[in-house]
Write a protein that binds this ligand. Structure first.
Ligand code: SF4
Ligand code: ZN
Length: 143
């Protein structure tokens, strides 16, 4: 499709459940091929700035900008897993990585704790652990 911004970009960004979905939606919003693209209905992907689930349900967007997931029956939108994660969800990269990422995004320890279902002081412990100095090589090359 002429002028399609998605050409040459990682295709997985246009998958509804992808980490890149928010960026894909933003790119669609400025894409010159958007009008023609909207005619090619496909499910399970983002097309023309609309995220479609596999079942044909339009995902709709959370306030965080990501498509909303489906409920376990696959017929209705569910709560955003990023903004309202179930307490039993485990994240790739482990909890320490989640804490580092969310603190890096500028969230307070309290907000991070609420998001991950842990206490504010536990967030602080993860942060301090992550700041421990690593072993540094002091080898000096020959002059
Ligand atoms: S509007 Fe269509 S062609 Fe343009 S970036 Fe989005 S999916 Fe690709
Ligand atoms: Zn959200």
């Amino acid at each position: 499709m002429k002028g399609a911004i998605c050409i040459g970009k990682p295709p997985d960004w246009w998958e509804t459940t992808s980490e890149g979905a928010r960026l894909a939606l933003a790119l669609c919003s400025i894409c010159p091929a958007r009008t023609g693209c909207a005619d090619d209905q496909e499910y399970g992907v983002i097309r023309a700035g609309v995220a479609w689930h596999n079942t044909g349900v339009p995902a709709g967007l959370c306030g965080c900008g990501y498509p909303l997931p489906l409920n376990k029956h696959g017929d209705e939108r569910s709560a955003c897993l990023r903004c309202d994660p179930p307490s039993n969800v485990r994240y790739a990269g482990g909890r320490a990585a989640d804490v580092a990422r969310l603190v890096g995004e500028g969230l307070s320890y309290a907000a991070v704790g609420k998001r991950l279902g842990i206490s504010k002081s536990m967030v602080g412990k993860y942060v301090r652990r992550g700041r421990r100095p690593q072993a540094v090589s002091t080898a000096v090359g020959a002059s």
